[in-house]
Structure formats: C-alpha cells, structure tokens
Design a protein around this ligand. Sequence first.
Ligand code: NAP
Ligand code: GLV
Length: 309
Amino acid sequence: MSLMFYSPIDDPDPWREALGAALPDLEFRVWPDDGPLDNVRYTLVWKPPIGWHRQFPDLRAILSLGAGVDAIVADPDLPPEVPIARLRDAGMAQQMAEYALYGALHFHRRMDEYARQQGGSVWQPLAPKLIGERGVGVMGLGVLGSAAAAMLARTGFKVAGWSRTRHQLDGIACWSGFEDLERFLAGSEILINFLPLTPDTLGILDAATLVLLPRGACIVNSARGAHVVEADLLAALDNGQIRGAMLDVFAEEPLPALHPLWRHPGVIVTPHVAAVTIASEAAGQVIDNLRRLRRGEAPVGVVDRAAGY
Ligand code: NAP
Ligand code: GLV
C-alpha cells in the first residue's frame, strides 16, 4: 500500500521523514516513479495536473498540501466517491493573519503614499485617521479569514466580515450572501480577500464590485489570483477608485515578467507566500487523517465538492 506525493513546489523529504516515522508500513513515493499504480491508496498533492488522479485505480483519498483545493476540484476526471481532505490552519492561520495585518497597517498608515512622496523628496504630512474608524472588510470568515479578522480587531481596526453563511464573531460585524455584499463593500476602506476559488467567487473583484468600495480603498489579495479581474483592478488603480493593492496571488503564477502589475506604482507584489505549508506544522494533520482513513473513518477537513471548498 502506498501514498504518492506530487508537488511542483514542496520538498518531499520532510514529508517522507514524518510519515515514515509515524506510518512505517505505508510506502511513501514521489511522483514520477515507475512503481505499480494499483497499490496507490492515497495521494498528497499540490496542483496535480488535470487527469493525473485517473491513473490510480484503487485510490481511497486525496490529501491536499494546501488549504485551497481549487486546482484539485478543477479536474473533471476525479473519482467521484474519493474524499478530498484539505489542510485546516496547519500553521497557516498565524502567517495569514500577519500578512493581513501588515497590509492593513501599511495602507492605514499611508506608507504607500509616503513611499511615493519619498521618491520625489516630498516632505508632506498626510492627514491621519484613528484606527477604530478605519473600516477593514474581510472576505471569507473560514479558518484563515476568521483568524485574520480577530487579529485585525484586536489591533483596533473596525472590522467587518463577509461569508456565504452567517457567522457570529466577537467584535466583528458579520455579513453574508450576495444580498449583503454591497453594504459590506461600502464600509471596506481596506478589503482583504480570504475566499476559496469556486464558480461563485471567480472574478468576484471586478469593475462592478471595485466601484462599490469607498473611493481610494485599498485591497489585499491573499486568496487566489482569479478572484480579481486584473484588467479591472489596473483600471481602478489608474482612475483612483483603488489607491493601492498588495497582491500575493495572480491569475498566472509566476506573474509574467512583462505583466503591468509588476510595475504599477500602486501595487506590492509577493510571490504566493502569504501562508505557506510548513511540513513540520502540517504533517501531524496529514498523519492523523491517514490513521483515520486506515481505521475506516472519514478524514477531517473533507471538501464539499458541490460547494467547491
Ligand atoms: P475555509 O475555511 O473554507 O473558508 C472559506 C470562507 O469563504 C468561508 O467563510 C466561506 O463561507 C467563505 N465563502 C465561500 N464561498 C463563498 C461565497 N460564495 N460567498 C461568500 N463567502 C464565501 O478556507 P480557508 O482555510 O480559510 O482558506 C481560504 C483560502 O485562502 C483558500 O481557499 C486558498 O485559496 C487561500 N489561501 C491562500 C494562501 C496564500 O499563501 N496566498 C495560503 C493558504 C490559503 P462559510 O463560512 O459560510 O462557509
Ligand atoms: C495556498 O495557497 C494554499 O491554498 O494552501
């Protein structure tokens, strides 16, 4: 019985070590290899190619190396009955909250504008605003969004959150559903995205929604690039509707060298690092799920395929 590891970015060695120590009778294999395909019971994957899972005839579960599973559920050939389990936090919630807080403070304290002023040797104090009056909107109140919202609220921001179903979170104004989106966006001077990429959220930040933000709003996107219609964001940055954007994720990654987002003065680019999977933090969750599966139990963190997350 074996587990097949596939990732274009993760080092398999710490995973081999952790899983080998905990489950010595489970063979750990790294794709590509030329062993038999019919004894692969589990896969542990990040962005597997479309159609890749089809080749394992006796697959029992797909374990994601990430929190987001859009690249896995995008495969129309996935065996329908096989559960997909994603990482829940696994060390990412703290990283994500730090990234969100950094972005929120950057724009709240107008560091983007001071950086531009510095470029022209301009000494010009800008009007401050109390942190408790600065509206920060958090899109997605799941594992990562709720952790970030809590940290932003503890820091003193006026935080609102938006999710599919209604949540109740201390100190956070909670909105839900597309019927609340306009009111949620109207109060978001800094908008931070933690949504999963699904058919409902694809392109959700486009010209029609960006215009609903207060004029001069700022955006932090730490979820998926395809949430943002990049041409619409560039237009909104150019016309002043959006003052600045801190972007960790892009429609195409790595961001192509000639892409205008690299050079736009209102944009900060980071290379999909807002919250990374660290094997020492995440292996326990994967091992626990493998033990559950081998006992015939459902894994934790099963993805609702119909909802897409
Ligand atoms: P999660 O726990 O599944 O939370 C998803 C949240 O989004 C939930 O609150 C959910 O609402 C909400 N949501 C889903 N569809 C919605 C819709 N149509 N309208 C409104 N709200 C909707 O996911 P997570 O663990 O927090 O991760 C979120 C995403 O972060 C991942 O999917 C991934 O794309 C991204 N991510 C990025 C990085 C990075 O480094 N850049 C790292 C890790 C993850 P309900 O609560 O009502 O279900
Ligand atoms: C990273 O983007 C993840 O989904 O874990």
